[in-house]
Design a protein around this ligand. Structure first.
Ligand code: C5P
Length: 201
């Protein structure tokens, strides 16, 4: 079975929680593609060339303990504007998306660039304030600074020339602000069940 669930959207919207929940529910593998960019950003911060870092990513790079920090997110979005860095990461993501057994990938460009043929596409979003609050609860620090960084990262991700963050025209839009992230898993799961039912798997 080849079956891809593409889950895109801005930082801290709830993509990760929804992705992990549906991957577990439907027995699909899951790839958090933001980690790839975070790991490249971390290597660049240590002096590596961005493209060489993207081409040479190792499992150890992805297992670093500091990839969830605000600084790592910031570094990730800076390398993510570079077309050659993105190009170096495409094959790995495509192979993961279309490998036998089915997969959930979350990121910014999964439904538009990495896997436009995905059987299910979701775009998860929420206001910058709600997302900043969520991020602040995770990482602490100055609340206003966290909000400013969320807004700046959104702008950089949405305005870059290559693979900007945008909802695919056929994506289902989910805003978990009102319902809570765990409740938002249900419409996501329903969309997947429907695609399975239509024999798209
Ligand atoms: O999702 P996460 O916050 O971990 O992503 C970190 C950064 O990596 C994003 O702000 C974005 O610049 C970049 N990214 C991307 N394309 C993806 C996933 C992440 O450009 N598919």
């Amino acid at each position: 079975m080849i079956f891809t669930v593409a889950i895109d959207g801005p930082a801290a919207a709830g993509k990760g929680t929804i992705s992990r929940a549906v991957a577990q529910q439907f027995g699909l593998r899951h790839l958090d593609t933001g980690l790839l960019y975070r790991a490249v950003g971390a290597r660049v911060a240590n002096g590596d060339d961005p493209v060489a870092a993207a081409e040479g990513l190792t499992p150890e790079d992805l297992a670093r303990g500091d990839l969830r920090s605000l600084a790592a997110g910031e570094a990730a979005s800076r390398v993510a504007v570079m077309p050659d860095v993105r190009a170096a990461l495409v094959d790995f993501q495509r192979r993961f998306a279309r490998a036998e057994g089915g997969a959930v990938l979350d990121g910014r460009d999964i439904g538009t660039v990495i896997c436009p043929e995905a059987e299910v596409k979701l775009f998860v979003t929420a206001s910058p304030e709600v997302r900043a609050q969520r991020r602040w609860l995770e990482v602490g620090g100055d609340k206003d600074e966290v909000l400013a960084q969320v807004i700046e990262r959104d702008r950089r991700d949405a305005e870059r020339a290559t693979a900007p963050m945008v909802a695919a025209p056929d994506a289902l839009l989910l805003d978990p602000t009102e319902m809570g992230i765990s409740t938002a898993v249900e419409p996501a799961a329903r969309a997947i069940r429907e695609a399975f039912g239509q024999g798209r798997a």
